[in-house]
Write a protein that binds this ligand. Sequence first.
Ligand code: CO8
Length: 373
Amino acid sequence: MFKPAITGTGVFTPEQIITNDELVESFNAYVDRFNAKNADVIATGDIAALEHSNSDFILKASGIEQRHVIDKAGVLDPKVMRPNLRQRTDDEPSLMCEMALDACHKALEQAGVAATDIDLVICAASNHERAYPAIAVEIQQALGAGGFAFDMNVACSSATFGIQAAADMIRSGSVRKAIVVNPEICSAHLEWRDRDCHFIFGDVATATLIERDEDAEGPHFEIISTRCSTQFSNNIRNNNGFLRRSRPDGMIDRRDMQFMQNGRKVFKEVLPMVSAHMLSHLEDEKLAQSDLKRLWLHQANKTMNDFIGKKVLGKTPEPGQQPNILQNYANTSSAGSIIAFSQHSQDLRLGEIGMICSFGAGYSVGSVVLRRQ
Ligand code: CO8
């Protein structure tokens, strides 16, 4: 058995930013248009008037201040309210591949590893641009990597579940160097016309390079252990899929073709599940709460993270002990905890221990215990 280690990470951040104020201004313009257009049916009570959104609510409820997106113009146009992305030919790289490559190259550079030495590429994300061929195989070819590649989807936990899959293959010796990449184009499956969720998500791609510990060239993180768990829930759901056109109302602009959630229920149900998962993972590794020098949590909601941090550490986290990045990126699904890890891990001292933990749709929870080497 070999010891797996994270030797590099990379983050692709789209240049365009939408602030809460910009988002709310465009949303409220959409609401005014909608209410004016539907005044008759609203007056009869057949449909309800839409209500304005509010920047103060967004910051207070979520901790989010802005989000990066691939296409700001489409999202902010009250007549469009979705990203406008050009159709690519089959001979061009897909958008997910393009975002992934940037993140992969950064991770490879940090580790000092050549792309040709990679023998496993996992593209783990909460939605995929096409059904097949796998985006991961396209990334493998574009990188010039060898071995094999596959796609996987566990929504917000895609990255940690991907890390577990890669780490297990490295442990067994079937793979020597793996890259887990998470291109998340959340803006394309978010319903920007729904005030309950229009502020939640942003776009990004992250990559995590995993090798045998003995192959690491510089400072790195030994993967002590990983743990994944799932429990079925309809509280976060997207009903879009390949059966769509086979159904009578399949081509209608139905709300459930985009991200849907019962946020309050998610909040209440996921918190105890995640805290219990992390504490039992620690206990099984014979680690005390006080052994954890850093927590890199899923980035969905600041209050949620404050609660989990306190519960898992057994005290209010010290400044910097449980870093959030959601104020700048919003929720980027599976990429959130990896951005936090990538941006807030290099200062850990030799031997210090930290934990990555993701949670979300499924429900799914994935944790990775790391030791600085
Ligand atoms: N502006 C003003 N008022 C608002 C707005 C708004 N934008 N939105 C809602 N309100 C109102 C509501 O109508 C409600 O009014 P009332 O009290 O009169 O009914 C009031 O504000 C309170 O609303 P909520 O109860 O909804 O507010 P919360 O405090 O619960 O906050 C959150 C809402 C922020 C959504 C919160 O519940 C939350 O963060 N929950 C956890 C969600 C979570 O972690 N989800 C994980 C999802 S991510 C995932 O799994 C990946 C999926 C795949 C990626 C998808 C990419 C698109």
